[in-house]
Design a binder for this molecule. Structure first.
Ligand SMILES: [Zn+2]
Length: 193
């Protein structure tokens, strides 16, 4: 994967409002068998704020991507836009787009790491024994998959066709009408009254 820095700017931090230290970096990534992706990362050393997003320059149709997570597919490239929903049904984990969701370019292992981090955070927040136990089982299952043990299914749905799983082992299909209606898009609703 080739990458090229297009621009680097010092901006006012969108989180803490401090001027002159937060950096916005725009990169162009060229992903084999897919195309060009623009990745923007904002980092603020003052408050620790970090946000990334990707825009794919090639527009696709809304699509559902399904790939088996197994030891041979861990390095498969995943482009997740801000508007995509990702889930692993066997583990009962799902990430839906929200105002804070990030777009990123990673691989199947990287997606598992993001779920792992989220479950670890949840584990610290749960107070009852049952929820903690469930989270520990999920965490263990994710870690086994990362080691290449066992299989599960990775499903990604993007109503705007900005995401992709780049592999000949991926199954691409249209998003069924009723599923499309229920998908969150990540856009906040603003009431005008
Ligand atoms: Zn800041």
């Amino acid at each position: 994967m080739n990458e090229e820095n297009l621009a680097e700017m010092i901006i006012k931090c969108p989180a803490c409002g401090i001027e002159g230290v937060a950096k916005s970096i725009m990169k162009e990534l060229d992903i084999p068998h897919f195309g060009k992706v623009l990745e923007t990362t904002i980092q603020c050393p003052s408050c620790g704020f970090r946000h990334s997003d990707v825009i794919t320059l090639e527009q696709n149709d809304p699509a559902k991507y399904v790939i088996e997570i197994n030891k041979n597919n861990l390095s498969v490239r995943v482009v997740r836009s801000q508007s995509a929903t990702i889930e692993i049904p066997e583990l009962g984990v799902k990430v839906e787009p929200g105002p804070k969701s990030e777009g990123y370019v990673t691989n199947v292992e990287g997606v598992l790491t993001r779920f792992e981090d989220a479950v670890k955070k949840a584990l610290n927040l749960f107070e009852d024994a049952q929820s903690q136990e469930n989270a520990k089982v999920t965490l263990n299952n994710i870690q086994e998959l990362k080691k290449g043990n066992g299989t599960a299914t990775l499903i990604m749905l993007d109503p705007f066709g900005q995401s992709n799983i780049v592999s000949e082992n991926v199954e691409v299909s249209e998003i069924p009408e009723e599923e499309l209606r229920e998908l969150k898009t990540g856009f906040a609703h603003i009431e005008d009254n």
